[in-house]
Design a protein around this ligand. Structure first.
Ligand code: PAF
Length: 283
């Protein structure tokens, strides 16, 4: 992989990169298609990264669907697949980790200690190996994208981080590899995340800017679903991921909710446009 990347760079080709853990869905292939519009070659990786799973998380049962994934990436126009073995990424004696301070220990980081250290470490390694000009990530993992962008800036990486919109099922459920864990009742219940974010959007459209009020609207919507247990539902500014009292700058409404045993995340990105106090919503 390193040799191919070196050669592509020497020929001034524009390398696009889509890092994944496999179990691909239309959100992943949308990233590859976007990369295809801007880059050649497009490289994708599939690596279920053990370092980003906590001891009680789903590393061993994380869905692994390599054959179907290869077909999906190939249909999306991916030119090369990088499928490293765990021992190549983490040879014995591995000791070096990347921590993006502050941003990594709240919200997802508080619920999943060590998660973002594992993400930042593997993403830096993958970027070092693949040497992409552009790397593509989905906004569903808003905090992950923020942390990776910060890392790229702090470490002067030669890769531009490109963020793509959330891809949803027709009923609004955000696509996620973990949706495969949901039984039919849980699948029906899971749309409550989208419903809660839609409720917040309706309040914002009606002029509400107070984030405590918005948070209570979101929580009420989530609590109406008996199969849902809220991990967090917070409104934070999109830069520091700190709570805000009013929506006056780019913000996220961020959700992490257990549906049965499956933990799902989703978000609404809210962005002031112009000076009129008007907002744009990205759901
Ligand atoms: O978003 C993911 O699938 C993973 O966190 C990533 C970025 C591929 C790192 O393992």
């Amino acid at each position: 992989m390193k040799e191919s990347a070196r050669q592509a760079r020497a020929e001034s080709r524009i390398i696009g990169f889509v890092p994944t853990m496999g179990a691909l869905h239309a959100g992943h292939t949308a990233l590859a298609q976007r990369a295809k519009q801007q880059c050649a070659p497009v490289v994708a990786s599939i690596f279920v990264n053990p370092k980003q799973f906590g001891p009680n998380e789903d590393f061993t049962k994380y869905p692994r669907t390599l054959e179907a994934d290869c077909e999906k990436f190939s249909a999306a126009g991916v030119d090369a697949l990088f499928l490293p073995a765990a021992a190549e990424i983490y040879p014995s004696g591995f000791r070096t980790y990347v921590t993006v301070e502050g941003l990594s220990d709240r919200l997802e980081g508080r619920s999943r200690p060590g998660h973002f250290r594992g993400v930042a470490t593997v993403v830096l390694k993958l970027l070092e190996i693949v040497q992409p000009n552009f790397a593509y990530f989905g906004r569903k993992d808003a905090q992950q994208v923020r942390i990776i962008s910060q890392m790229a800036r702090d470490l002067n990486l030669d890769t531009e981080i490109v963020v793509s919109p959330i891809v949803r099922e027709p009923d609004g459920l955000a696509l996620s590899s973990r949706n495969a864990y949901l039984n039919p009742d849980e699948r029906r219940a899971a749309i409550v995340l989208h419903r809660a974010l839609e409720a917040a959007r309706a309040e914002l459209t009606a002029g509400v800017r107070d984030s405590l009020h918005l948070q209570s609207i979101i929580r009420r919507a989530l609590q109406a679903e008996p199969l849902a247990a809220v991990d967090y539902a917070e409104i934070v500014d999109a830069d520091a991921f700190e709570p805000v009292t009013r929506i006056a700058r780019p913000c996220y409404a961020l959700l992490a909710v257990f549906i049965g045993k499956t933990r799902l995340i989703d978000n609404l990105y809210i962005e002031p446009v112009g000076d009129s106090g008007e907002l744009a919503y990205h759901l």
